[in-house]
Design a protein around this ligand. Structure first.
Ligand code: HEC
Length: 486
């Protein structure tokens, strides 16, 4: 045993003895009392109380190694870091924390360490940032940036009209036509009334694939009441047409039973995508957590309907008394990105985790995506949720992001503008202000790259008719267009 190792283990033994002596003085067993003290602690507080003395307040290292530099001597997977903490390494002077910290808390520490590790890594790195007078460089394409429309009111979604104009859904309610030159028109008159509350409002606009023949425009929005401060809302799906800047032929395609309307301002979803005459959309858990596991509750599901709103007879839960027949998949927290793989028709989502555990999911018929029974995240306040990241019968994400990117908006590259990105997925992030390019092969992500960072919160991501990439940004509230610049 070298001197330094000997010193470490003597030191850590002393620390333990000191804690133990102090506690024995009060006549209580140290383990029980530490556990009681620690039970209600948030993870950052646990770290500062029990880990910082050896690993540094900023995780920079000390007696124990740095936990921020991305070097994990004893294994760098979540599971290995979990074991490093749980089982410890007494020879090297790392105590086992099993019995003092619960598995949930140790899982929380792993998430917390991952956050700091990324912060540390990103401090050193340069990312492509769009700016109108500069070309940004990425692995497979360089791009330049144009501001398409500016000064919008919390834009959430964009759709492209065949004549070169755009439709923009703004969360407070208005749906607007933007001219090809960026002129922002007055709101379309007589659109469905939305209750703009919390994260809810006018959330999504999408054109039917045969729009040029049938003129149908689909909307998803928070419907409900807000009389005298008595708010009660739920996501609703409707379609209609625009004639002379007025919404006409409105058809409500799906709405929840009144009993599922809630005061909550959280997790409305939603995106709308089409395939083979079906329309898919999604509603988050509305803050209700376990409702996502309840098939009789519309919150926390991906839905599949015929494009006219009828329920397809081959939906997975048709004929069951305890399930809504419109459900396609369940156990979702709050998906805000949906896109099809154009090569094989597979459906993918991006989904907000809590703190950590954002997901890129391959959405399949009838499957359970696990929220909140399993998750890679913890609560925003740093209290743990569960140590379980997988369970039988629950579909794991293709990839997950810890720390969270606040995943919002998902698109697949099509068109001719960016040939080297063809069929890649592009996932936006709100808090991270990132756009991540994902190359999917055999249902695995084989490449991941941050192609945009720091241009604002990315709310929606779409490829335009010729394959230019459009980003709907919040703060500042604008639409950006990325064009190839080779
Ligand atoms: C008494 C000092 C001490 C305390 C307190 C301590 N550690 Fe450690 N820790 C160490 C030492 C020493 C190592 C081994 C370092 C090495 O191998 O170079 C270690 C290793 C680790 C590793 C593995 C690192 C790697 O590179 O693979 C992790 C993770 C870790 N500690 C987390 C924690 C957490 C979380 C806490 C608080 C709950 C904690 N430690 C408290 C001393 C400590």
């Amino acid at each position: 045993m070298s001197f330094s190792v000997l010193f470490r283990s003597v030191y850590s033994g002393l620390v333990r003895m000191t804690v133990a002596c102090g506690l024995f003085a009060f006549g209580i067993s140290p383990l029980v009392s530490v556990a009681a003290e620690v039970e209600n602690m948030r993870v950052p507080q646990i770290y500062q109380t029990y880990c910082a003395s050896c690993h540094g307040r900023e995780h920079e290292g000390g007696l124990g190694g740095s936990l921020a530099d991305g070097v994990w001597k004893h294994g760098d997977s979540d599971e290995e870091i979990f074991q490093s903490i749980k089982v410890g390494n007494v020879d090297l002077g790392m105590d086992p924390w099993e019995g003092v910290l619960s598995d949930e808390q140790i899982r929380g520490l792993v998430i917390y360490l991952r956050e700091r590790e990324q912060e540390f890594e990103f401090r050193e790195r340069k990312f492509p940032t769009p700016s109108p007078d500069q070309v940004a460089t990425t692995d497979r394409h360089n791009y330049r940036t144009e501001i398409v429309a500016d000064g919008l009111d919390i834009p959430w979604s964009i759709a492209f009209l065949p004549d070169g104009r755009y439709l923009i859904a703004e969360r407070p309610g208005p749906l607007r036509v933007i001219e090809a030159d960026g002129t922002v028109n007055e709101p379309v008159r007589r659109t469905p009334r939305v209750v703009h509350h919390g994260q809810g409002g006018m959330m999504e606009v999408a054109l039917h694939p045969d729009f040029e023949e049938n003129g149908w425009i689909y909307l998803a929005y928070s419907d409900g009441t807000d009389r005298r401060g008595n708010v009660s809302t739920m996501t609703t799906l409707a379609r209609g047409r625009i004639v002379d800047n007025e919404w006409t032929d409105n058809e409500e395609l799906w709405r929840a039973d009144r009993e599922f309307y809630t005061r909550s301002g959280l997790h409305f979803g939603t995106r709308i995508v089409f395939q083979d005459g079906y329309v898919f959309f999604v509603i988050g858990d509305r803050g209700g957590w376990h409702v996502s596991q309840d098939l009789s509750n519309p919150s926390g599901n991906v839905f599949r309907l015929h494009d006219d709103g009828r329920i397809p007879e081959d939906n997975p839960f048709v004929g069951r008394d305890d399930a809504l027949p419109e459900i396609w998949s369940y156990g979702h927290r709050n998906p805000q990105g949906l896109a099809f793989d154009l090569r094989n028709g597979d459906l993918y989502s991006t989904e907000h985790g809590p703190r950590g555990g954002d997901e890129f999911n391959h959405i399949q018929r009838g499957l359970n995506y696990g929220w909140p029974v399993v998750t890679h995240g913890m609560n925003y306040d740093g209290t743990p949720i569960t140590e379980k990241t997988e369970a039988p019968g629950m579909e794991p994400p293709v990839i997950e992001w810890t720390p969270s990117i606040a995943a919002c908006g998902l698109a697949v590259c099509c068109g001719t503008a960016f040939p080297n990105w063809r069929h890649d997925f592009f996932a936006g992030g709100l808090a991270s202000q990132e756009l991540r390019r994902l190359r999917v092969q055999d249902r695995q992500v084989v490449e991941e790259e941050i192609v945009v960072k720091g241009a604002g919160r990315i709310r929606d991501v779409r490829f335009g008719p010729t394959g230019n990439l459009y980003l709907v940004i919040n703060d500042p509230h604008r639409v950006l267009r990325l064009l190839p610049a080779e």
